[in-house]
Design a protein. Structure first.
Length: 764
């Protein structure tokens, strides 16, 4: 796609604006496209010149300020299903007038965020490029402006601003630069400044919120600068030279760009005026240009780059390292490596196969990527992954400058999907590494190294040694494996110095299934420049050892993790196994904390994940009581969800019918009063029917259906259950259903909960 030329920055009070042009072909494609065909960040740019000049702002608006809370605090898509459905099914004729369209979309809506959502969903459902506007002659209507957009004479930002202002929503158009499809990680600042674009800030829920209408509604497929050759993917050699292509624009509704949190948005778009970054510590342009390219999936998965936080990395002696922390501990990370033949000024040597030049190692929740380069040049590392080793979602990328190739650079002996070091697959197989917790182990010719494991499942284990040039058959005698009393000892003695991979495979005993790779170690004779041997420790080293021992006995997980990192960075001798004990304590406390936190939060998905991790953990025997408690809470919440099922399926019209009674039947009044008592309302606030009607009329977070969905018995005050029983004791399901189908549904919900609590009380 084309990139427009730079233009002077404009004040938001200026009524004119300049954006970049784009004249690519547009088409629709199925959402079931091939892998990475719809990348979340391959985004479009707005047109350079617009026919209709929409003011950036209007008088009387609040000043730009950091919003008081996050998107998750104010928006849940499930609360807007009815609004979305109505917006998507809006008749095309409504777009002939702003007044008619807005009246249709926001009629009956009470809050600004509901109105904003209706406008957003309607815009996202419009097939602007596929529509026929040949009979439209004026641009003074929604359909007229969409004609301009189809002809690349009007922008999504301007149109969305017009819609918002027609709905009386405070809305500012924000010009700036954005990392669209033409952006590449590590791009120089002067090129970044040509990526002009515009987006929106809307004032809802007591703060300014960011919306990128263009990126929310459209994406780019097939864009390529033609500068890269893919050379390695997950340890396999590749030689795919990209062809330059502007790509095609597609309809693709991306919810991420609706109310995006500013601290994430700043990685993708930089406003001309700093205050519209809406973050506490505004970035300079140099930082925006320098950071790694972090895609929306990086933030959604709560990843954290713990190595040098820059999108421009330089090798040292032909090597480079990237480390990423998976805070949720639920991903498998891998990589793709590209050679930039355009910036390198050459093609990569045709005789060089770049397979196995990236080592992936996992330690606790941190993934390390160690790269070695046999040829100088400019490279790009893309970190990919997913919930399985085959995952291929793009998370982040880095530009790597290698001025000098690594001397005598050899590939790693193996590059397994699960990486190096003990990991989740090791634990799932029922194997606990007790001697070596990291994936790299020093070994020298004729010196035996012993690895110890503890088995907690009935499994069969096989180990093998791999070398780049020595056949496996010749290395069989170098590995000795013994199993006794649930303990596995693996002794390794290599014939020559160099690099080897010790690979462990496992399967259930008496199974005919194939062995699965569950753990790998890189055995290497290459050592770092050692610090001079001393028979004493410095005060810093003594403090690091003391802190590690102290934190191992404490409940401070973060402190223990930092103490382990410090101990390892100082390369201290593990004299009495302090490091192994600390790693064990860390692994145990993480699962223990996850279970306790899940029990306290009482959230089903969180509980499911914690329980699964508890069962898979090598510390399962110690965690048995906590796992059982978590399972009890989960089962109780599932039961409450089953009870609430019919209410959650209820249409808003059913609630409206119950609310419409001016003088309700006694059973309706008692059941609905009991319902709100169960949901936490005080009895003295429910004495008259009008109070109950008012509560039934609330929408959004305070809607009746939303409150039933979030209901948990732990939030009910003592004595409330007997009050509810007293209220409904003279009624039954038949009388409730005869009065109203909705009343019958709430009656069944109440009696199910009361019955469950009685059984619990009897059991105790």
């Amino acid at each position: 796609m084309g990139i427009g030329s730079s233009s002077n920055k404009q004040d938001l009070n200026n009524n004119s604006k300049s954006k970049n042009s784009s004249n690519n072909t547009n088409s629709d494609i199925s959402s079931n496209s091939a892998r990475r065909q719809i990348p979340e960040d391959e985004n479009w740019q707005e047109p350079e010149i617009e026919d209709v000049q929409v003011p950036f702002t209007e008088s009387g608006y609040p000043s730009a300020a950091v919003p008081p809370n996050r998107k998750d605090d104010i928006f849940s898509i499930n609360d807007f299903r009815d609004i979305d459905e109505k917006a998507r099914n809006t008749p095309p004729s409504k777009a002939e007038s702003y007044e008619i369209l807005i009246d249709h979309l926001i009629s009956g809506l009470q809050t600004d965020i509901q109105k904003l959502r209706a406008l957003f969903t309607w815009l996202g459902s419009q097939n602007i490029d596929g529509a026929d506007y040949s009979k439209v002659t004026s641009s003074d209507s929604p359909i007229g402006f969409m004609k301009l957009m189809k002809e690349n004479r009007g922008s999504y930002a301007s149109f969305f601003a017009l819609l918002c202002r027609a709905a009386k929503l405070k809305c500012v158009i924000i010009p700036g630069i954005a990392k669209s499809a033409a952006y590449e990680v590590g791009m120089p600042e002067e090129k970044c400044q040509t990526l002009k674009n515009s987006w929106i800030a809307v004032y809802v829920e007591k703060g300014w919120r960011l919306v990128f209408p263009l990126w929310a509604c459209r994406a780019v497929v097939g864009h390529s600068l033609g500068a890269f050759t893919k050379v390695e993917e997950k340890g396999k050699a590749v030689r795919q030279k990209e062809q330059a292509s502007s790509g095609v624009s597609i309809r693709h509704l991306n919810e991420y760009y609706f109310l995006t949190d500013p601290e994430e948005f700043i990685f993708m778009a930089y406003p001309d005026e700093k205050q519209w970054q809406l973050i506490r510590n505004p970035w300079p342009l140099s930082k925006f240009v320098d950071v790694p390219r972090c895609r929306q999936s990086y933030f959604q998965q709560k990843l954290e780059i713990t190595s040098r936080f820059s999108g421009r990395l330089h090798t040292v002696d032909g090597e480079c390292e990237v480390a990423i922390r998976d805070q949720q501990d639920g991903l498998y990370l891998s990589y793709e490596l590209y050679f930039n033949h355009a910036e390198s000024g050459k093609d990569i040597s045709p005789t060089l196969q770049l397979n196995r030049y990236v080592l992936v190692m996992r330690q606790n929740v941190t993934w390390n990527f160690r790269l070695r380069f046999p040829e100088s040049g400019v490279y790009k590392l893309v970190v990919v992954g997913g919930s399985s080793p085959a995952g291929c979602i793009d998370f982040c990328s880095f530009k790597i400058f290698c001025d000098e190739a690594k001397e005598d650079c050899q590939p790693f002996p193996a590059n397994p999907e699960i990486g190096y070091g003990p990991n989740k697959e090791t634990e799932k197989a029922g194997i606990q590494a007790t001697s070596h917790q990291t994936g790299i182990v020093n070994i020298f010719a004729y010196q035996e190294v012993n690895f110890s494991f503890h088995i907690v499942k009935n499994v069969e284990i096989m180990t093998k040694l791999v070398h780049n040039s020595v056949p496996e058959d010749q290395l069989k005698s170098c590995v000795k494996q013994t199993v006794q009393n649930k303990k596995v000892q693996v002794g390794v003695r290599v014939p020559t110095n160099g690099e080897y991979a010790l690979q462990m495979f496992a399967r259930d005993k008496n199974s005919n299934e194939s062995f699965e790779n569950v753990c790998n170690y890189l055995l290497t004779s290459e050592t770092k420049k050692k610090k001079k041997k001393r028979n004493y420790e410095t005060p810093i080293e003594r403090n690091a050892r003391s802190t590690l021992q102290e934190k191992t006995q404490s409940r401070d997980i973060d402190g223990l993790e930092k103490a382990i990192v410090k101990f390892q960075s100082l390369e201290l001798d593990d004299k009495q196994g302090e490091l192994a004990k600390a790693n064990d304590a860390l692994d145990f406390r993480k699962v223990q904390h996850e279970l306790s936190d899940a029990i306290n939060r009482r959230h089903l998905e969180t509980l499911d994940k914690a329980i699964q991790h508890g069962h898979e953990s090598r510390f399962k025997p110690k965690l048995e009581n906590l796992i059982t408690e978590a399972e009890d809470v989960r089962d109780h919440l599932r039961q409450l969800n089953r009870f609430a099922h019919d209410i959650l399926e209820m249409k808003q019209t059913t609630i409206a019918e119950l609310r419409s009674y001016k003088k309700p039947p006694e059973v309706v009044k008692d059941v609905m009063t009991g319902t709100f008592l169960m949901l936490g309302e005080r009895i003295d606030h429910l004495e008259v029917w009008e109070d109950v009607q008012c509560l039934m009329g609330k929408l959004g977070k305070e809607s009746l259906i939303r409150r039933v969905k979030q209901f948990d018995t732990v939030n009910v005050q003592l004595g409330t259950f007997s009050e509810i029983e007293e209220l409904i004791k003279d009624h039954d399901e038949t009388s409730a259903r005869l009065a109203s189908a909705g009343c019958g549904t709430f009656y069944v919900w109440l009696t199910n909960i009361l019955s469950t609590l009685e059984k619990k009380t009897d059991g105790q």
